[in-house]
Structures are given as structure tokens and as C-alpha cells.
Design a protein around this ligand. Structure first.
Ligand SMILES: *[C@@H]1O[C@H](CO)[C@@H](O)[C@H](O)[C@H]1NC(C)=O
Ligand SMILES: *[C@@H]1O[C@H](CO)[C@@H](O)[C@H](O)[C@H]1NC(C)=O
Ligand SMILES: *[C@@H]1O[C@H](CO)[C@@H](O)[C@H](O)[C@H]1NC(C)=O
Ligand SMILES: *[C@@H]1O[C@H](CO)[C@@H](O)[C@H](O)[C@H]1NC(C)=O
Ligand SMILES: *[C@@H]1O[C@H](CO)[C@@H](O)[C@H](O)[C@H]1NC(C)=O
Ligand SMILES: *[C@@H]1O[C@H](CO)[C@@H](O)[C@H](O)[C@H]1NC(C)=O
Ligand SMILES: CC(=O)N[C@H]1CO[C@H](CO)[C@@H](O)[C@@H]1O
Length: 354
């Protein structure tokens, strides 16, 4: 059983035993951990404009998309109060924090315009319809949001209409009806998450604490995430969506690495997601960059990149052996989850502690 862990750990240690100087991270103010402009949007669906009895959402506008995340988080918070203080226990934080991270690291910019990579802390703008990350993220938030509407988890008096913005319309879907017709599996997966929350009951006679299981909610959240990512991966892997081959490869590797994390039902609350994303590379990768000597990237980001590349490759070069051995030798699901999380945490956090 330990061999499945020992091999990657050994390889990783060999790769990183050199060059692991301590890399003190400055203590950041808590607000910096939230997605940019988080406090400037409200978690209330009534702030979206209504036209002809339709709620209009400008899906390529950074703030409108952020608002969708905030509405989902605000509306689901009550199910997770028993998991952490100040609503940090909500299992949807992984999605919202990743969205903020992608924006902050310039990954929603036009990949053909290298001067568009500057993150402007002063004025939020639009996501480029030519960005591969923007397209992949589209499906993740849209499936979640529209499933919350379809399952009546969100009580909305009107139909929701997403506004297109000169993108290739056929690549996307813009209403519950369209998304349901084109992507029934992904909609079902997301609906399952919201139906699970609806099925929970106030616990211990305390009406403000629900008996939602963190494990079950996280599992269903990741299942819905995977279904949406699969749509994204099938549409946005071509080079034309990325600024470099390295960035394209990183995107694909990262999303495959996430599949491993999902299989361990990796914690997706605020604190876990914040730590997980600390090493996310601070800007899109460029071809020909030498990671080892590149001072633009912190040790932690280099470790993150190596791990992200390493896990899916390990599975590839062993012809699927890694996941297979992993699944067949670790008998108990609970044990597999714990070992997997331990592995991810050790490999991601080690570069900081060394
Ligand atoms: C996250 O960390 C804060 C501060 O340490 C703590 O109050 C909160 O309960 C933690 N949340 C979770 C979900 O562990
Ligand atoms: C609690 O959460 C809000 C955002 O939801 C944030 O602005 C605030 O800083 C947090 N407070 C603490 C003490 O973490
Ligand atoms: C490239 O991005 C910059 C900064 O956002 C913008 O001012 C410029 O017009 C863009 N150029 C093209 C050709 O889109
Ligand atoms: C739309 O698709 C065509 C052909 O597939 C492509 O050439 C064009 O760049 C795409 N436009 C956008 C905005 O992605
Ligand atoms: C119910 O749970 C909330 C949140 O944990 C807590 O603040 C409150 O004191 C509890 N109320 C009772 C009556 O136990
Ligand atoms: C990108 O991935 C492809 C396919 O796996 C590989 O052949 C190529 O060498 C990689 N290029 C870079 C720059 O990472
Ligand atoms: C199908 C498709 O969009 N193919 C494109 C993939 O990317 C290359 C390089 O940017 C283009 O030349 C292809 O047209």
C-alpha cells in the first residue's frame, strides 16, 4: 500500500532536495485572500438588471461573474456554519478563490495580446472571449448557477439570460433551457449538489445548523466541477486559446491534476483552498522560460508547477498504472482519501517548511 505513496514522494524529494531555500511568505491581510473586488459585489440576485421579465447577466464581465459566485456562496453558507467560523466552511470556496486567482494572474486576458497581462487593481474589466481559461471557467460557473436555478435552490422570479459578447456563440450556452439541452450530464451533476443541500435538515434542534456532511457536499461539488471541466477541456485545448505552449500544457496538466485531488475529495473550504492556491503561478507561462533560474516565480510556485506536471505524467508514463494501483491497493475509500490528501498537502506545503 505504501509503495503507491513512496514512489511519487521519493521522486518529488529527489527533484526538490536541491534548491529548497526557505521562502518566507509575508503575512497577508485577510482581505487579500478573497477574490479581487469581492467586497464590492453583493450576494443578492436582485442587483442584476431585469429586462422584459428576464434577469440579464453579463457573463464576460468580471464583476457579474464574481457576483454569481457570491450569490451561490451567500445562499449556501447556512449549510456549512458547523464547519468553520465566518463562513469559511463553505465547500464552494475552492471555485470562487480559483476564479479570483485566474483573474489576478492575468489568465482571462486576450492570449494574443501580451500587453494585456497586467492586473489592474483599480478597475475590473471584461474577460477576453479568446481566453481558454475564460471559456473553461464559463462552464464551471454557468452549470453551477443555472443548476441552482433549475433545482429551485435559488428562488428567482424570472428567467436568466446570459449576454454573449462577440464570442463564437455555438461554443457556449446562455440559459437553463439551452444548457440543459446541450449539456444534460453536467447540469445533472450540478443539480445533484443543490438537491443534496435541499435534502439536509436543521440538526440538534438548532434551526441555524444543518446536518449537511462536509464529505458528501465536497464529493458532489467536485463531481459537478469535473463534469463542467470535461466540457471545457473538450473545447479549449487548442493552442489558439493560449498565449504559449507552456501555458496550454500547464492548463491541461493542472486540470488533470485536479482530477487526482477530486478523487481524494480534497477539502474545498476557504482555508484549504487558499493554501492550495498559494503556489499557483503568478502569471501565464512563457515558452523558453527556464523555471529553475526564473526569479519571477517563488519556490512554492515552482514546486506547484512540478507537482502539477508530475502527477498526470506519472499516470501517463506508467500507462494508467498509478491510479490503478492507487485504487486497487488502498482498500478503504476513507483511507484512500486520507492518504491522498496527505500526499497532496505534503508535496504542496513542504517547499514552504523546508
Ligand atoms: C479557517 O481559519 C480561521 C482562522 O484560523 C478559523 O477561524 C476557521 O474556523 C477556519 N475554517 C475552517 C473551515 O477550518
Ligand atoms: C469574514 O468574511 C468577510 C467576507 O465574506 C471578510 O470581508 C471579512 O474580512 C472576514 N472576517 C474575518 C475576521 O475573517
Ligand atoms: C492589448 O491590450 C492593451 C491593454 O489592455 C490594450 O490597450 C490594447 O488595445 C490591446 N491591443 C490589441 C491589439 O487588442
Ligand atoms: C470563432 O471560430 C473561428 C473558427 O473556428 C475562429 O477562427 C475564430 O477565431 C473564433 N472566434 C473567437 C472570438 O473565438
Ligand atoms: C445555533 O448555532 C449557531 C451557529 O453555530 C450559534 O451561533 C447559536 O448559538 C446556536 N443556537 C443554539 C440555541 O444553540
Ligand atoms: C506540451 O505538451 C506536448 C504534448 O504533451 C509535448 O509534446 C510538448 O513537448 C509540451 N511542450 C512544452 C513547451 O511544455
Ligand atoms: C480547430 C482549430 O481551432 N484549430 C486551430 C488550433 O490552433 C492552431 C494554432 O493556433 C490553428 O492554426 C488551428 O486553426
Amino acid at each position: 500500500m505504501w509503495s503507491a505513496l513512496a514512489i511519487p514522494t521519493f521522486l518529488f524529494l529527489s527533484l526538490f532536495s536541491v534548491g529548497l531555500a526557505s521562502n518566507p511568505e509575508s503575512v497577508r491581510a485577510i482581505n487579500k485572500n478573497y477574490p479581487p473586488f469581492w467586497n464590492q459585489v453583493s450576494g443578492d440576485i436582485t442587483v442584476f438588471p431585469v429586462k422584459d421579465n428576464k434577469i440579464i447577466i453579463n457573463i464576460w464581465n468580471y464583476l457579474d461573474r464574481l457576483q454569481m459566485y457570491k450569490i451561490l456562496i451567500t445562499q449556501t453558507n447556512k449549510y456549512f456554519v458547523h464547519i468553520g467560523a465566518n463562513d469559511t466552511g463553505n465547500v464552494l470556496w475552492a471555485l470562487a478563490l480559483t476564479y479570483g486567482k485566474l483573474y489576478k494572474t492575468g489568465r482571462f486576458s486576450d492570449p494574443s495580446n501580451s500587453s494585456a497581462y497586467v492586473y489592474d487593481a483599480g478597475s475590473p474589466g471584461y474577460l477576453s472571449v479568446k481566453s481558454g481559461w475564460g471559456g473553461i471557467n464559463f462552464f464551471e460557473i454557468v452549470m453551477n448557477f443555472l443548476a441552482a436555478v433549475e433545482s429551485k435552490f435559488l428562488n428567482v422570479p424570472y428567467e436568466i439570460v446570459l449576454v454573449s459578447r462577440g464570442e463564437n456563440k455555438s461554443d457556449f450556452c446562455y440559459s437553463v433551457k439551452e444548457c440543459r439541452a446541450s449539456y444534460p450530464e453536467a447540469m445533472d451533476a450540478a443539480v445533484e449538489f443543490y438537491q443534496y443541500l435541499q435534502s439536509t435538515r436543521p440538526a440538534l434542534g438548532n434551526v441555524s445548523v444543518y446536518d449537511a456532511s462536509e464529505e458528501r457536499a465536497t464529493l458532489l461539488m467536485w463531481k459537478a466541477h469535473r463534469a463542467a471541466i470535461d466540457i471545457g477541456l473538450s473545447k479549449f485545448t487548442n493552442m489558439s486559446w493560449y498565449s504559449s505552449v507552456s501555458e496550454r500544457n500547464f492548463t491541461v496538466d493542472f486540470l488533470n491534476f485536479m482530477e487526482f485531488c477530486e478523487s481524494t475529495v480534497y477539502h474545498s473550504d476557504f482555508n484549504s483552498s487558499k493554501s492550495f492556491l498559494l503556489g499557483f503561478p503568478c502569471k501565464p507561462l512563457e515558452d523558453g522560460e527556464n523555471m529553475a533560474s526564473n526569479t519571477n516565480f517563488k519556490t512554492r510556485e515552482k514546486a506547484f508547477l512540478t507537482l502539477v506536471k508530475f502527477m498526470p505524467n506519472l499516470n501517463k508514463v506508467t500507462d494508467g498504472w498509478f491510479f490503478m494501483v492507487w485504487k486497487s491497493t488502498v482498500e478503504s475509500t476513507q483511507l484512500r482519501h486520507s492518504l491522498g490528501r496527505f500526499l497532496i498537502e505534503t508535496l504542496l506545503l513542504m517547499p514552504l517548511k523546508a
